[in-house]
Design a binder for this molecule. Structure first.
Ligand code: F0G
Length: 352
């Protein structure tokens, strides 16, 4: 059976006991799609890892299957997270599947509508705070510390990162070897840390013989890892990565240092340009935060900082449908015509 879910597929690399009852939505095994047109623009052999094809539309499902499996087998009655949107959507879905209550804390007005809809439809208790993600995370950590029956499922939960290492294994399995570079958007910095651990583990297990250079990209208004300083009031159109104090700061810095990679900031304009290029030139609809990886690649390529002809994987972390407001912000409103052939031909420019 294909799409068995990350725990079954990569069980030998994950901390799950044989008898443990797994909570899965048969996540992962996402497509790795060549992007020849954008690759040509960047002068590289570019592949896109479509994490928006996961059951809840983002990479979060890889870690959530493990975190929720462990929460339930550990006797938790509820799970809790702070989120810029995708973690809450995934937690709500896996929580529902596990029969656990799900509590979600979100920054007021700063999460994409599709993600909010997911959390609500799955029946999570959603609380909006008049504050940002970093403040929300500090609060839910305190709740989980004070209430043992409530398991924290943010990426500070070690099982989240373990589950997310599977994306690195998949990239290597799909390509037959690791890429030269891995380009990835960075917010709370868990995912870049998980990929790096995964690539290292695969090499140490003899599955591959190298590891990629890690290229982390942050939005310019929320780029603490680029500046080296926390950002008190992060702002960006890419709400998923609107984070000023990444929880996995040290792990992410180590990933970039050990791989001889870099952190680079991309402006909202660069993010939105990449977002539209992905959609119009490659047929791929990713959310703005995900487009930061491609925006960053184009920026590094233009500065002559990418080796020409290198194999590059850009991680597209979430599905474009999650953020309909952004999607419809700068596109023409459909024209309305009478239901008549000549009128339709005229507006299509197909008239006589
Ligand atoms: N891309 C998307 C679409 C995300 O939702 C996130 C994080 C990231 C990239 C960055 O990943 O945090 O591991 O560096 N979203 C979290 C959330 C914070 O709450 O959904 P990271």
């Amino acid at each position: 059976m294909s799409h068995r879910g990350v725990i079954e597929r990569y069980r030998e690399f994950l901390p799950v006991s044989p008898g443990e009852e797994v909570v899965t939505l048969h996540e992962a095994e996402t497509p790795l799609v060549p992007a020849p047109r954008l690759g040509a623009e960047a002068g590289v052999n570019l592949f896109l890892k479509l994490e928006g094809c996961n059951p809840t539309g983002s990479f979060k499902d890889r870690g959530m299957t493990l975190a929720v499996t462990k929460a339930r087998s550990g006797g938790a009655k509820a799970i809790i997270c702070a989120s810029t949107g995708n973690t809450s959507a995934s937690a709500a879905a896996y929580g529902a599947r596990a029969g656990l209550r799900t509590f979600v804390v979100i920054p007021s007005g700063k999460i994409a509508l599709g993600k909010l809809a997911q959390a609500l439809v799955h029946g999570a208790k959603v609380i909006s705070i008049d504050g940002n993600f970093d403040q929300g995370l500090a609060l839910v950590r305190q709740i989980a510390a004070a209430h043992p029956a409530v398991a924290l499922v943010n990426s500070v939960n070690p099982y989240r990162l373990e589950g997310q290492t599977t994306a690195a294994y998949e990239v290597c399995d799909s390509l037959g070897s690791p890429p030269d570079y891995l380009a990835i958007p960075v917010g709370n910095a868990g995912n870049i840390s998980a990929y790096w651990r995964g690539f290292g583990r695969y090499r140490n297990a003899g599955r591959t013989s190298a590891v990629p250079v890690m290229l982390g990209f942050q939005a310019a208004g929320a780029a603490p890892l680029v500046s080296g300083q926390p950002v008190e009031r992060p702002e960006t159109v890419a709400t998923a990565i609107r984070i000023g104090r990444p929880a996995s700061w040290d792990l992410a810095v180590a990933a970039v240092r050990e791989s001889e990679g870099s952190f680079t900031a991309v402006t909202d304009e660069e993010i939105l340009r990449a977002y539209h290029l992905l959609a119009t030139r490659e047929g791929i609809f990713a959310e703005p935060a995900s487009a930061a990886s491609v925006a960053g690649l184009l920026k590094l390529a233009a500065a002559g900082k990418l080796r020409r002809g290198a194999t590059v994987v850009a991680v597209l972390t979430g599905n474009g449908l999650k953020d309909p407001a952004q999607a419809t912000a700068n596109v023409p409103i459909p024209e309305t015509v009478p239901p008549e052939l000549p009128a339709l031909e005229r507006v299509l420019g197909l008239g006589a």
